[in-house]
Design a protein around this ligand. Structure first.
Ligand code: AP5
Ligand code: MG
Length: 213
């Protein structure tokens, strides 16, 4: 089963993808995480995209399609979870062609629906484990009191450079202008499965499971 988690910044795509990896042994392909890794490792591409990402603009289709192509041909597991990809119609068309090339197809597109005000609240309260990437939230999933990551025990946590109100406004605008047309695109293809993303982590996870069965 290969699925897309589609939704605005802060909708909970990364959080739900990690749960699906754990419970269904699927493989998470997050273009945001791949781009942040490229920045950390100091590659030419990483340096080129750092400013674009900090502003909240979209990176070029060519770069992210290249990243996904590489992963599709080298990773294996019980299906892929595309997290934050595709984000444009050109990326959606490219994904379809790439999946066909490797003999796979798309099973469902989970559209995570969350109110705009909640997105701002979630993003400005987010932190992640610097070691394993476990996602925390000051309000809904605080870092454990002993200061150790519940997943890997590391003690360093970070906030993302683009998790500020200015970048968030740009990210939301990019979402509504360039990514939200994918909702109609996948509806027309009969793949769209809307989920109420306003519930608790467990409630959203449950709704996704219903849509996948
Ligand atoms: P990316 O990393 O994909 O960021 P994003 O789409 O803006 O989404 P986020 O990661 O911010 O949110 P999320 O939905 O994963 O939410 P999370 O689970 O963390 O992309 C970053 C940048 O990279 C882009 O702006 C662009 O520049 C570039 N890029 C990436 N892919 C690209 C592409 N394909 N094309 C072009 N450019 C690309 O949750 C958020 C917070 O809410 C957390 O604190 C979490 O604990 C909390 N939370 C989660 N679920 C719930 C819940 N149910 N209730 C309460 N709190 C919750
Ligand atoms: Mg994410």
């Amino acid at each position: 089963m290969n699925i897309i988690l589609l939704g605005p910044p802060g909708a909970g795509k990364g959080t739900q993808a990690r749960l699906l990896v754990e419970e269904r042994k699927m493989v998470q392909l997050s273009t945001g995480d791949m781009l942040r890794d490229a920045q950390k490792s100091g590659t030419e591409m990483g340096k080129r995209v750092a400013e674009v990402m900090a502003r909240g603009d979209l990176v070029t289709d060519e770069i992210v399609i290249g990243l996904i192509e590489e992963q599709l041909t080298t990773s294996s597991g019980k299906g892929f979870i595309f997290d934050g990809f595709p984000r444009t119609l050109a990326q959606a068309d490219a994904l379809e062609a790439l999946l066909t090339k490797v003999g796979k197809s798309l099973s469902a597109v989970i559209e995570m629906r969350v109110d705009d005000e909640a997105l701002v609240e979630r993003i400005t309260a987010r932190s992640t484990c610097a070691s394993c990437g476990e996602v925390y939230n000051d309000n809904t999933k605080p870092i454990p009191e002993d200061g150790k990551c519940s997943n890997c025990g590391a003690t360093e946590f970070k906030r993302r450079a683009d998790d500020n109100e200015d970048s968030l406004k740009t990210r939301l605008m990019e979402y509504y202008k360039k990514t939200s047309p994918l909702i109609g695109y996948y509806y027309a293809k009969g793949k769209l499965r809307p989920v109420d993303g306003m519930g608790s982590l467990a409630e959203v996870r449950h709704e996704i499971e219903i849509q996948l069965n």
